[in-house]
Design a protein around this ligand. Structure first.
Ligand code: SF4
Length: 716
């Protein structure tokens, strides 16, 4: 250490090398014990991932599926470990620490898939979380991830840091004593809050392997491609580490592992520092900003001036009945609706918020109220067709407020405000502030004036309801007439190219983007808002193949959009030149081995499917922006579209889907089956309670006389 108490980089590097030796020692010992107990053939895996041990998969490349394969992998790390305190040796130490931690953690999953059950920790974060967050990462709703490590000297300052990160939309992974500190301060953690408390020590590797899997699944980086993974992680996902307290050897090793994986570290320790990689910040209130700058994270969220925290972190927050101050709609059974309308220039006073009836401070705790949220907008480029697009955003905008819960849309709404949020000063009128701020932020190019009226007076709510119902039905009629044939242009979506470099979604009226978040009207609105943005209009041009759904204009756009890697796309078949898949698909459609049927599997389903692969394995082979004939990633709603793989037999090809998905979609599945003259079809679709075997599925199809059996094979 230098005489002025600054920790020199050489000291940090030396500590990291010591840490790697210690971590390797622990991993080797744990592995020996596991081998003695279970033998070399015992399987080792994390749950719900197709990337085995992801850090090993990416950086080493060798198979790591059983205990016997782990020894040589640790041996290689030990052999690469140098002794001189240089940056290169420190990075090697970082890699060794990461691989050792990965092995130590993976061994905990040998006998159970939930080693952290009944603790405050999550441990390994499954692939499905990454895929669910995919779109939020690419559209910068989540501009990056922050990893909190160590023990904060000031828990109140730590809470402020978390609130700051949440308001900026960053995903947070916590490791170390900070977890107990946050819990002690009442900060809610878990998947719903995008704050993942992975564990106290070696579990920090789950922050690294989360980022690594983003490169593997969205970037299409292949196993063992060290240059590819390093190059990708330099760009995305943007990770910053905020480290509190003294650097011990293992923490120093972990810090160098983070640097190896493209992260920037901000520490409160007096380090000499490495520009943009290791930065000392003495004052806790400056750590977030310094970290954002070091890692080049740009925050685009406009601050919303309300009395509670606001940000995407609260999107999944649920306000439970005992914690509810007031509720509307849903189980409260009060009339509740929301309506956004395009009005004339003179009818909208920008920024005006009106409350008709009582606000929550005049309503009794634990009560219920009717509620109408009326939003009037004006803008020269705003169109009536975009009303629904903007209106559907209200759900997200309101949910971003801590303690506000909003579900449903139109007149099927359920809204709750928590006791804590009302005590903090949140009122219904603040919905107006939220909606005005966010609409202007997201749709500022098409909307120049916004006014909001909140109605709780029952007579007034009832008086205004018929007009809303009439407008909803007019919109439905317009949408029903919107088909692939009735429009001249489709839209591309390049949003996911920041993760999957060659992926492009082609969005048609009857086929939404595979993430399920962008339909044709959304894309059209986005194109109006930013003509040079990720959604571009594609004039269909000459139809080259009506059955398979191929147009010259689409092919040209695909050729350019995939950087000349692909020459054509078929919209109506999954067997030949299908659309590519990035990684954030809601469901995967895959052909069965006998080519007689297809299965549909959603990312929430963790079990086996009759094609011998779980969703996680399927996703690993289908994603990354590749064309994979026989397999497509799609949005849920596409399953019941009239344009669902019509060239392959369409909807009636579906022979299997998970029970939960079937039940969640039962009404729309039933409607589509009836349209096709097969009212009993939905019950002919098998699920995991019937079989997860290929033979079992064939037997089931024969037993129920499944219509796919009367079709020619998918490939003849
Ligand atoms: S529509 Fe396609 S490219 Fe666009 S965000 Fe969704 S998955 Fe990504």
């Amino acid at each position: 250490m230098r005489s002025d108490d600054v920790i020199s980089n050489q000291d940090v590097f030396a500590l990291a090398i010591q840490g790697a030796q210690a971590a390797l020692g622990l991993a080797e010992k744990a592995l020996q014990e596991a081998l003695a107990l279970h033998g070399p053939d015992r399987a080792v895996e994390y749950p719900e991932t197709c990337y085995e041990l992801p850090a090993v998969y990416a950086w080493d490349g060798r198979e790591a599926k059983n205990l016997g394969q782990l020894g040589p992998i640790l041996g290689t790390q030990r052999s690469k470990l140098g002794t001189e305190p240089t940056l290169a040796n420190a990075l090697a130490a970082g890699e060794a620490t990461m691989i050792a931690a990965e092995v130590i953690e993976a061994l905990k999953y040998i006998e159970t898939t939930r080693p952290y059950e009944s603790t405050d920790y999550m441990g390994f974060v499954p692939d499905k979380v990454l895929r669910e967050l995919g779109v939020a990462f690419v559209d910068d709703t989540i501009p990056g991830a922050a990893v909190l490590v160590g023990t904060s000297p000031d828990p109140d300052a730590l809470v402020k840091i978390v609130r700051d990160l949440q308001s900026k939309g960053l995903l947070i992974i916590a490791s170390g004593e900070v977890i107990a500190q946050l819990k002690g301060k009442g900060v809610q953690m878990g998947e719903r809050f995008r704050l993942y408390p992975v564990g106290v020590s070696t579990q920090i590797v789950h922050a690294l392997n989360f980022a690594i899997r983003a490169a593997l699944s969205f970037g299409g980086v292949q196993r063992g491609d060290r240059e590819g993974i390093a190059a990708y992680l330099e760009k995305r996902p943007k990770v910053l580490v905020i480290e509190f307290g003294p650097l011990d050897p293992v923490l120093a090793g972990a810090a160098m592992a983070a640097v190896l994986n493209g992260a920037s570290i901000v520490t409160d320790q007096p380090v000499e520092g490495i520009p943009e990689k290791l930065v000392r910040v003495g004052e806790p209130e400056r750590m977030v900003q310094a970290g954002l700058e070091a890692r080049g994270i740009k925050v685009s969220l406009a601050p919303v001036d309300i009395p509670v925290a606001y940000g995407p972190a609260f999107e999944g927050e649920v306000v439970r009945r005992p914690d509810t101050y007031i509720e509307a709609g849903g189980a409260a059974k009060t009339t509740t609706f929301e309506l956004l309308r395009l009005r004339g220039e003179d009818e909208v006073e920008d920024g005006r918020i009106t409350v008709i009836g009582k606000d929550v401070d005049e309503l009794p705790e634990g009560g219920k109220t009717p509620l109408a949220i009326l939003v009037d907008v004006y803008g020269k480029k705003m169109q009536v067709d975009f009303e629904g697009v903007l209106e559907r955003r209200i759900h997200l905008f309101v949910n971003y407020a801590e303690g506000a819960w909003h579900t449903g849309q139109r007149n099927i709404l359920w809204i709750r405000l928590s006791k804590a949020s009302v005590a903090a000063g949140l009122r219904l009128k603040h919905f107006g502030d939220i909606i005005i701020t966010k609409l202007k932020e997201e749709f500022g190019n098409i909307v120049s004036r916004v006014q909001v009226t909140i109605v709780t007076d029952e007579g007034e709510v009832m008086r205004r309801l018929p007009e809303a119902l009439e407008i909803y039905s007019q919109r439905d009629a317009r949408l029903a007439g919107l088909t692939d044939e009735s429009v001249d242009a489709y839209f591309s979506c390049f949003l996911c190219q920041s993760f999957a470099a060659d992926h492009v979604c082609i969005i048609t009226p009857e086929r939404l983007g595979l993430c399920g978040a962008v339909n044709w009207l959304d894309a059209k609105a986005a194109c109006q808002i930013d003509p040079h943005g990720p959604n571009q209009a594609i004039v269909k041009g000459a139809c080259l193949d009506e059955t398979r759904g191929q147009w010259q204009g689409v092919n040209d756009a695909v050729y350019e959009g995939t950087h000349h890697k692909l020459e054509r796309f078929n919209a109506y078949t999954m067997m030949e030149d299908p659309m590519t898949s990035c990684g954030c698909f809601e469901v995967i459609v895959g052909m069965t081995a006998d080519m007689q049927a297809v299965i549909v599997v959603n990312r929430e389903y963790a079990g086996m499917t009759p094609i011998g692969m779980k969703f996680s394995s399927l996703a690993g082979s289908v994603g990354g922006g590749k064309q994979t004939p026989g397999f497509i990633g799609v949005g849920r709603k596409y399953i019941t579209s009239k344009k669902f793989i019509p060239a392959d037999g369409g909807f009636l090809r579906i022979a299997w889907m998970p029970k939960e998905l079937k039940e969640a979609m039962r009404d729309s599945l039933q409607r589509r089956a009836e349209e096709l003259g097969e009212p009993g079809f939905v019950d002919k679709i098998a699920d995991e309670t019937v079989t997860t075997e290929a033979d079992g599925l064939m037997e089931w199809m024969a037993k129920v006389d499944h219509p796919a059996l009367r079709m020619p094979p998918l490939l003849s």
